[in-house]
Design a protein around this ligand. Structure first.
Ligand SMILES: [Cu+2]
Length: 124
């Protein structure tokens, strides 16, 4: 009896995992794009996912080469439901790393990171 219910539970769990994998959020594109070089700091950082995300429970951080973080404000009410946008202060020339974390509608937390470079034309 005990073994039988264990098998049933494992079967249900497998089904749940298969269903939730379908709704997992994936990053489709970003602005700035990963590894982009910009002539000046972007006013906003925008991420687009393959489905709706819980914006209130999603974050974007920006770090410079030493790990310092300028204040970033995630715009929860703005834009499409699959898009997360944050305003950033003017970023100095250099390499910046974006670290993001979103809550998928299936309850899974998904995170990732990418970098871009700010380099005025006189510095190239
Ligand atoms: Cu998921």
């Amino acid at each position: 009896m005990r073994a039988a219910s264990g098998v049933a539970a494992a079967g249900t769990l497998g089904l749940l995992l298969a269903v939730s994998a379908a709704a997992h959020s994936l990053l489709l594109e970003s602005s700035p794009a990963a590894d982009a070089t910009l002539s000046e700091g972007p006013p906003q950082i925008s991420l687009r996912f393959n489905n709706r995300i819980e914006k209130k429970l999603s974050t974007i951080h920006v770090l410079d080469a030493r790990g310092a973080q300028p204040p970033v404000a995630v715009l929860v009410g703005d834009g499409a439901v699959d898009q997360l946008t944050a305003t950033v202060p003017t970023l100095a020339p250099g390499t910046w790393r974006v670290e993001w974390q979103v809550l998928s509608t299936d309850g899974h937390i998904v995170s990732g990171r990418f970098s871009f470079r700010v380099a005025p034309s006189t510095m190239r």
